[in-house]
Design a protein around this ligand. Sequence first.
Ligand code: IPE
Ligand code: IPE
Ligand code: MG
Length: 251
Amino acid sequence: MTALADGRSVSPVGPRHVAIIMDGNGRWAKARGLPRVMGHREGVKALKRTVEAAPRLGLQCMTVFGFSTENWSRPADEVSDLMGLVRNYLTSDVDRMEREGVRLRVLGRRRGLPADIVEIIERAEARTAQNTRFILQVAFNYGGRADIVDAVHRHVELVMAGEIRWPLVEKTLGAGLSTAGAPDVDLIIRTSGEKRLSNFLLWEAAYAEMVFQDILWPDYGEAALAEAVVAFGARERRFGGVEARTAMAAG
Ligand code: IPE
Ligand code: IPE
Ligand code: MG
């Protein structure tokens, strides 16, 4: 730990895994008298900038919330615009991801998504599966509660098949979540000034630090991410103990 003049200590270890609730696209558009879809389009540009900056700031993994299980309740044309944007993003950006060593994973339920999007997701995941430099997880048709329910279902099926034993323990449930295999989430960021999780990473948030930034998502990029990483560095993580521990030591 590095001691500060005021007696606090700062973790020298930056966040490995940052998760972002990309919020405020609609307000960004409204402030400019534009339709909401324009905010979502600018939001995709902000996503590209942020993904590009993440490895430079020492991140190994980033998870972004693109569409929640509750976002189906939005007007049909907005839902359709968001489906169109994910279609474009996952087709046009996969070459770059492949080249730059980014492994793409899409979290969330495939059931309920248009069939062509499921195909696009599977192709993009397969093409980048061998990459190890950086993991980008896009949560799409994702809900933290749904993800936990799905993990419990899978677990019960394995128990009934005699492959694993009851009772359920944290480690096996965690291994059934769609985030399994990624490093623990160190930091959750939400933009636009809202201060809630909105059903994002409920299980994984257990010991994540939270940073709320007023910036609207379409304005996000390297500077804002760097600011959040600095805020994380000033936090003292104790994981229920007495001494400050780094994320690495938390295990
Ligand atoms: C976040 O921006 C993007 C998605 C939820 C897909 P919003 O669309 O929620 O923007 P606001 O909250 O209305 O400003
Ligand atoms: C959460 O934002 C979902 C995404 C960012 C994809 P919302 O804008 O849907 O959340 P609420 O409705 O304000 O809680
Ligand atoms: Mg919102």
